[in-house]
Design a protein around this ligand. Structure first.
Ligand SMILES: NC(=O)c1ccc[n+]([C@@H]2O[C@H](COP(=O)([O-])OP(=O)(O)OC[C@H]3O[C@@H](n4cnc5c(N)ncnc54)[C@H](OP(=O)(O)O)[C@@H]3O)[C@@H](O)[C@H]2O)c1
Length: 263
């Protein structure tokens, strides 16, 4: 029997974080399905990775905000019985006051960061369930835990990605299926070219390279983390915040109006 490689699908693989995931996963021996709109970039990357790592790479040009393209990608992922890893990485966001943002841009960000991520996860889970194996990596953002001005829609979508991932983790507990949410802080990619504020506007000291971001996120995955904050040095801080959210949730389960609201 020929040895077959596990297959990973990476969305947004034509640049930045997704391109580094593609490279690192090829180095780990995955065959790849690479999704983005820029076919030329995907094909060049596929050629490089096949030559360097001896894996099979399938470029899949698709605009994940277009229902027809999204359906085509869903069909490919559903049909691929060797798929063991989905990296939901494609994302965008404009940095602008909400009421200055054309509503079409807001809806485009929601379609890519939320709708496509949900639909692709929904497409792979039945196969993962049937094989009781598989991993979904969802690229959120630190803005998932701290919404900022000029990023109302983007912060909202990334909060969705974190909540969605954490609920799925509970549903899949005890199975062979894992979900990891990755929360990058500022990372040096083309993201900012599209966001409307250049990367040069940020303090270089707070910007991580895409290579460090992905290597750290993969180390978090290897450690079995459910939520990975690659640039957070004090791990205890995340545990404190997560514990505080759990305590707040429990404390809200009283069924009785709080005294401060009584006349
Ligand atoms: N950079 C940061 O500071 C930072 C921080 C936190 C979180 N993140 C998140 O990290 C993820 C990756 O972003 P990045 O920083 O690597 O930015 P990037 O270099 O701009 O990469 C975005 C990727 O998404 C793809 N993409 C964009 N629109 C698409 C569409 N409609 N359909 C299919 N693919 C599409 C792009 O390819 P095409 O243009 O070829 O389609 C590209 O491959 C995003 O989810 C982002 O929100 C980034």
């Amino acid at each position: 029997m020929p040895v077959t490689n596990p297959i990973a699908a990476v969305t947004g693989a034509s640049s930045g974080i997704g391109a580094v995931y593609a490279e690192r996963l090829a180095a780990r021996g995955y065959d790849l399905i690479l999704v983005a709109r820029r076919a030329d970039r995907l094909e060049a990357l596929a050629g490089r990775l096949e030559a360097a790592h001896g894996v099979r790479v399938r470029p899949l040009a698709a605009d994940l905000t277009k229902p027809g393209d999204l359906e085509a990608v869903e069909a490919v992922l559903r049909a691929e019985s060797g798929l063991t890893l989905l990296v939901n990485n494609a994302g965008n966001g404009k940095i602008a006051d909400f009421d200055a943002l054309p509503v079409a841009d807001a809806l485009d960000t929601i379609a890519l960061n939320v709708t496509a991520l949900v639909r692709l996860t929904h497409a792979v889970l039945p196969g993962f369930r049937a094989r009781n194996a598989g991993t979904v990596v969802n690229i959120a953002s630190v803005l998932a835990v701290r919404a900022l001005a000029k990023s109302a829609v983007y912060s909202g979508t990334k909060g969705f990605v974190l909540n969605f991932s954490e609920a799925l983790q509970q549903e899949l507990k005890g199975t062979g299926i894992r979900v990891q949410a990755v929360l990058p802080a500022a990372t040096g990619t083309e993201f900012f070219d599209h966001a409307g504020v250049p990367l040069s506007a940020y303090d270089p000291a707070i910007v991580m390279t895409a290579e460090n971001l992905v290597d750290t996120a993969l180390a978090g995955l290897d450690r079995g983390e459910a939520v990975t904050l690659p640039s957070l040095h004090d791990e205890g801080l995340w545990k404190t915040v997560d514990g505080a959210h759990a305590a707040l949730f429990g404390a809200a389960m009283t069924g009785v109006p709080a005294p401060r609201y009584r006349a």
